[in-house]
Design a protein around this ligand. Structure first.
Ligand SMILES: NC(=O)c1ccc[n+]([C@@H]2O[C@H](COP(=O)([O-])OP(=O)(O)OC[C@H]3O[C@@H](n4cnc5c(N)ncnc54)[C@H](OP(=O)(O)O)[C@@H]3O)[C@@H](O)[C@H]2O)c1
Length: 154
């Protein structure tokens, strides 16, 4: 199964100014909708509380601190699922990610939540594709494959 992290980030890699920010600066919602349509979307409880976008046509899965990511993933019967945030949830699923779709936006968030708020490991990425979101504003979605050590089994 493809396990795809999808996020809008500031130019300095932040996803929000606070744990309860309703994200109004992202310009890629139409792409998010198109890409996630028909697939399970996994999110943390903070993100669930901030969502204003309608997740119709998607299967939302809200995760809590006691949930094990491998158990959540093993119950999904789909060829693809999306990890849609926030920083704690991206971190929780980091070791299982197969792809990362990132849309950097033209702003800097000084104090806030970074893409991976609790990550210790490093991930190597391979560039796959770049999607035009709003070329006038220089906004593109970068699609990466997560490179895994072949000796490392998950
Ligand atoms: N820019 C983007 O693309 C994007 C995408 C998604 C979200 N966001 C933003 O990200 C922010 C939310 O991110 P977030 O990282 O705060 O939350 P989150 O990942 O959405 O949810 C918090 C998760 O961490 C768990 N948790 C809370 N306290 C914990 C603790 N002390 N130890 C272990 N687990 C704990 C929660 O479980 P419990 O339910 O048990 O508390 C929940 O599963 C919001 O502002 C949202 O708007 C931005």
């Amino acid at each position: 199964m493809d396990i795809i992290l999808i996020a809008a980030v500031s130019a300095n890699g932040m996803i929000a100014k606070s744990h309860d920010e309703v994200i109004s600066w992202s310009k890629d919602l139409h792409i998010f909708r198109r890409q996630t349509m028909g697939y399970p979307v996994i999110m943390g409880s903070n993100t669930k509380n901030t969502l204003t976008a309608d997740l119709d046509g998607r299967t939302p899965i809200v995760v809590h601190r006691g949930d094990e990511p491998d158990e959540i993933l093993s119950k999904i019967k789909s060829d693809k699922c999306f990890i849609i945030g926030g920083g704690k949830t991206y971190s929780k699923f980091a070791q299982f990610l197969t792809h990362i779709f990132l849309t950097p936006h033209p702003l800097i968030i000084g104090k806030g939540i970074s893409l991976f708020s609790d990550l210790l490991e490093n991930l190597d990425l391979e560039f796959l594709n770049m999607l035009d979101i709003d070329s006038e504003q220089g906004i593109y979605q970068y699609q990466y494959k997560v490179k895994r050590d072949i000796h490392h089994t998950h």
